[in-house]
Design a binder for this molecule. Structure first.
Ligand code: NAD
Length: 321
């Protein structure tokens, strides 16, 4: 029988694109999208959709039972920059929702869970270059603390209750189809929009603030590949380091300038600079590459071309890059 999938937080940046890909693989009727509201009209119209508050165990359980769900992708979360403004709400959402889904798996009501972690689990005391899979983890943000705790719980539920939970430490995800949800790496998306609309970008990070990043198609492919992998081969049940590209705002601006010669950028760092400084510059994902064959496909030049062309088309701009 075909796998039946529920995506919680499906209307967001990652969920909206993951949903399309999962539906093309498993069939539209077998992938139930859910979110806390109906704001993403395209998603609501495209296939089965339910309103679920990820903090509400009964709502998740009812939906799982109604649709005979085997696998849950839990994407609802409060991201790094927003979480610094609303620490208690961030903790409640990020942790309660994870417990609800892990407990459904522990009770045998669902079989498999995907839950994304983040490079935010690392902190200022972590080695910054090629951060290894196992390293010092002293996150200084609410978001990072919630993701680190979440990772520990995933591993605990796997070891103690044999829950099949799989996780990736995503870097900043770059895409244009849905707006980003309030993360520190959002600049690497905003910059493309402003490059096209204004030829200018006012950056909230310092010029040389290097961060690990990834194109959306790689992020979606990684989640699906990990979920399809042979569970016996997965040595990591906390969360896998995952890497594609690393660059700073000035390096990204230089690539954009090749396409838009009169593009200019200013740097006016705000509170997000401190968050970014606490994260690694680059990530060593050797273990993911070994265990389940992870390989990224998109480099910085390709990402920039795809972003500029995609956004240009969205604005009905005739320009191609
Ligand atoms: P997003 O903010 O774009 O989307 C999150 C979605 O969750 C939104 O549609 C929102 O409406 C929904 N949501 C919020 N509260 C909810 C609730 N109580 N119940 C149900 N839904 C609720 O986030 P995203 O960028 O798509 O991230 C998805 C996951 O990936 C998160 O766990 C995030 O921490 C992780 N992640 C994202 C990035 C990135 O760069 N986007 C990087 C690392 C990790």
């Amino acid at each position: 029988m075909t796998e039946r999938i529920l995506i919680i937080g499906a209307a967001g940046q990652i969920g909206s694109e993951l949903c399309i890909e999962l539906r093309s693989l498993y069939g539209t009727e077998n992938v139930i999208a859910s979110d806390i509201n109906l704001l993403n009209e395209d998603l609501v119209k495209a296939g089965p959709f339910e309103i679920i508050d990820a903090k509400n165990f009964d709502q998740i359980k009812d939906c799982v039972e109604k649709h005979h769900i085997d696998t849950v992708y839990l994407l609802a979360a409060m991201l790094s920059a927003t979480a610094e403004r609303l620490p208690q709400q961030a903790w409640d959402l990020n942790i309660d929702s994870l417990f609800h889904v892990l407990n459904l798996a522990k009770d045998g009501i669902i079989k498999k869970v995907f839950w994304p972690s983040s490079i935010a689990v690392f902190g200022p005391s972590t080695p910054k270059i090629n951060t290894p899979q196992n390293s010092i983890m002293e996150p200084t943000t609410v978001y990072g603390i919630s993701k680190q705790a979440g990772e520990r719980w995933c591993e605990y539920y796997h070891k103690r209750y044999n829950v099949d939970v799989r996780s990736l430490r995503y870097p900043g995800i770059i895409s244009y189809k849905t707006s980003p949800g309030g993360g520190t790496t959002d600049y690497a998306i905003d910059i493309f929009h402003k490059a096209i609309s204004d030829n200018h970008y006012n950056c909230f990070l310092e010029a040389d603030c290097t961060l690990p990043m990834m194109y959306m198609d790689d992020a979606v492919a990684a989640a699906i590949q990990l979920m399809k992998a042979d569970g016996e081969k997965l040595r990591i049940r906390s969360s896998y380091n995952l890497s594609a590209v690393s660059f700073s705002p000035s390096q990204l601006a230089a690539v954009i300038s090749k396409h838009i010669p009169n593009f200019s950028i200013d740097y006016n760092p705000d509170f997000r600079q401190r968050i970014a400084e606490s994260w690694p510059d680059s990530i060593d994902d050797t273990v993911a590459r070994k265990d389940w064959g992870w390989q990224h496909a998109y480099d910085l030049e390709t990402i920039a071309t795809l972003m500029l062309n995609g956004i240009s088309k969205m604005y009905n701009n005739q320009q191609t890059f």
